[in-house]
Write a protein that binds this ligand. Structure first.
Ligand code: CAA
Length: 383
């Protein structure tokens, strides 16, 4: 039975910081960010948005593409930026999407790798339950301390996709190459909102893991890099994906995969799948029948390489115009606004726009309170 991605969508904040602005303030040449790191903007989240609200927006888009949302009997929420060590973020999403109450809901975590793990788990589940559909969500907002080398690679977004039999976008093939090793390259202690990292070690281990995973994959599958038409990478920043491509895939063209992530920044669990949406939306020709490689890397670390084949008529499932409009319509904020949001100095939950129709309206006695909103045209009133 063919299993894989039947519909897919992403969502991000209404606000972004142009890295030109950050470069000027940090006394760094803009070329370092634009060319050396390969990023031009990063999404910045206001206090009324979090991994749940942006996930609901992405998930609503994919549910609109299936006939009956009651076919969804499992929701896996992949994140490394959870705000609760106990309750699953997926439960809030389940409520606002009005999914059936015998739907299994749980979160998974392994840094940026977790949504790839969720995709594989979902496929195994569908093989046993062919009429089921699984909603997989990867949602992360990543923060580093100001004035660290990681600062220009912050960002955030959510991706949502439905895993089912006879998928209309991508049939995921059964072969995979996995590598797990204990490495202290990136971590976030529970007391911190900002991730800590050893940048050079993380880049080294990303490339080493890619080498091991692809060798394992090629050995098992009997394929070589010539059998793969395009490769999508986890993209913590564009240059990392370009280096990975040069190392392992004879420098195939990957520029179409990086269009969206270069404007969003690192979205961790969502990043690999946003690379895929970016390829599908921005590739000039027809991808039908193409074999796409996927490399997922989650610091700490677990990595996986696998492939999928693009389904006939996949183009009917794309929402390229909407995706481009969503990114174009974001508001660029000033450096002062960025600093203020970072320090959480200005916490009027009603002063900012939401990307979707659910908002975080406050935190009461450590309980997060979400509500439906009318799509409002309120201004960035805080500044
Ligand atoms: N014009 C053009 N390029 C310039 C330049 C200029 N004026 N000045 C510098 N550069 C280039 C450098 O030559 C370098 O290019 P190469 O990598 O090709 O040599 C590049 O800009 C970066 O410069 P530095 O080597 O000085 O790097 P840095 O100290 O500023 O740190 C970083 C860069 C390591 C990516 C840092 O942003 C970081 O640590 N980020 C967080 C960790 C991370 O994202 N790791 C990725 C792998 S881990 C992972 O994938 C999981 C995850 O999501 C976190």
């Amino acid at each position: 039975m063919k299993t894989g991605i039947d519909s897919i969508a992403f969502s991000t904040s209404k606000y972004s910081l142009n890295l030109d602005v950050l470069a000027k303030k940090r006394n760094v040449a803009r070329e370092k960010y634009y060319l050396g790191i390969g990023q031009t903007k990063m999404s910045i989240f206001p206090p009324n948005e979090d991994i749940v609200t942006v996930a609901i927006d992405a998930a609503r888009k994919v549910l609109a593409q299936i006939e009956d949302k009651n076919d969804v009997d499992m929701l896996i929420f992949a994140t490394e930026s959870s705000f609760d060590l106990s309750k699953s973020a997926g439960i809030y999403v389940h409520k606002f999407l009005k999914l059936r109450d015998d739907c299994r809901v749980f979160d998974v975590k392994q840094a940026c790798y977790s949504a790839a793990a969720a995709l594989q788990l979902a496929r195994f589940y569908v093989k046993d339950n062919p009429n089921s559909k699984v909603l997989v969500i990867g949602s992360d907002i990543i923060r580093y301390l100001p004035e660290t080398s990681g600062e220009p690679t912050q960002g955030g977004a959510a991706v949502a996709f439905i895993v089912s039999k006879n998928p209309r976008i991508l049939e995921v093939e059964p072969c995979f190459g996995v590598h797990t090793v204990d490495v202290a390259d990136f971590w976030r202690p529970v007391c911190l909102k900002e991730a800590l990292f050893d940048g050079k070690l993380s880049a080294y281990n990303y490339l080493r893991s890619l080498d091991i995973c692809t060798k394992r994959y090629f050995e098992k599958s009997g394929f070589s890099s010539d059998d793969i038409d395009h490769v999508c990478f986890h993209a913590p920043f564009g240059k990392m994906a370009r280096k990975a491509n040069n190392q392992s895939f004879n420098s195939k063209t990957i520029e179409e995969t990086l269009v969206y992530n270069s404007l969003i920044g690192n979205s961790c669990s969502a990043s690999l799948f946003i690379s895929f949406i970016s390829l599908a939306d921005n590739f000039g020709g027809d991808l039908t029948g193409s074999r796409i490689g996927f490399f997922s890397y989650g610091s700490g670390s677990v990595a996986e390489f696998f492939c999928g084949v693009i389904s006939e008529n996949y183009k009917k499932m794309l929402t390229a115009d909407d995706n481009k409009i969503m990114l174009e319509e974001r508001e660029d904020i000033s450096f002062e606004e960025y600093e203020s949001l970072y320090k959480e100095e200005f916490c009027d939950f009603r002063a900012y726009k939401n990307i979707g129709s659910v908002t975080l309206s406050g935190v009461d006695n450590n309980k997060r309170v979400y509500g439906n909103i009318e799509k409002c045209e309120n201004s960035f009133a805080g500044f």
